[in-house]
Design a protein around this ligand. Sequence first.
Ligand SMILES: N[C@@H](CCC(=O)N[C@@H](CS)C(=O)NCC(=O)O)C(=O)O
Length: 204
Amino acid sequence: MKIYGDLISPFVRMTIVAAHEVGLAGKVEHVVEAVKPTEVNARLASLSPIGKVPVLETGHGHGIYDSRVIIEYLAHTAGNTNLIPHEPARRFRVLTLQALGQGLADSAVAYRYETAARPRGLQWEDWMARTETRLHATFDELESNWIDLLQDVNAGSIAAAVTLAYIDFRLPDIHWRNGHPRLGRWHEHFSGRDSMKNTSIANR
Ligand SMILES: N[C@@H](CCC(=O)N[C@@H](CS)C(=O)NCC(=O)O)C(=O)O
């Protein structure tokens, strides 16, 4: 199977980290594919009409997307029940934490497009201010309510860890560690995992 996309994309990195965590990294061919929000990528378009990364191409040539479904596919293929647990109470806590990490990534990537890609005269100040509020509310929520579940390696902790690393890399002026000491300590610890070190974007 192949996964398309660049590791700088937090959504792509989440899937590759998940592949490492379920023991499938050796079975996944990572194909670096660049995308721009203003251009159609022909190779991706043949697998996904949405045209965003990541896309997983199965051995039979089928496209699987988006990152959440790819992670579920990888866990299912590996027979792993830790990333997305079956036990209902835990399952929906993990899926909610994953939604929080994914929502953080949605806001961070959109903020990056708005500040780095959109022409200056067309930037929308109110939208940027609202997005910053959303980012900071999510840091507060992770610090206050999710530190316990973040200790496990699951779809939620992977989403949060990868997205915070993306924010460090692309949005260094968003000082998310300020006021969130437990989140900062957890992130440092989680970043020491092989899955994170093998997919590091810090020196790009
Ligand atoms: N919900 C999607 C989001 C993926 C996404 O936003 N990917 C970005 C890169 S970080 C992308 O492909 N952007 C290109 C575009 O917007 O056309 C997922 O979880 O996979």
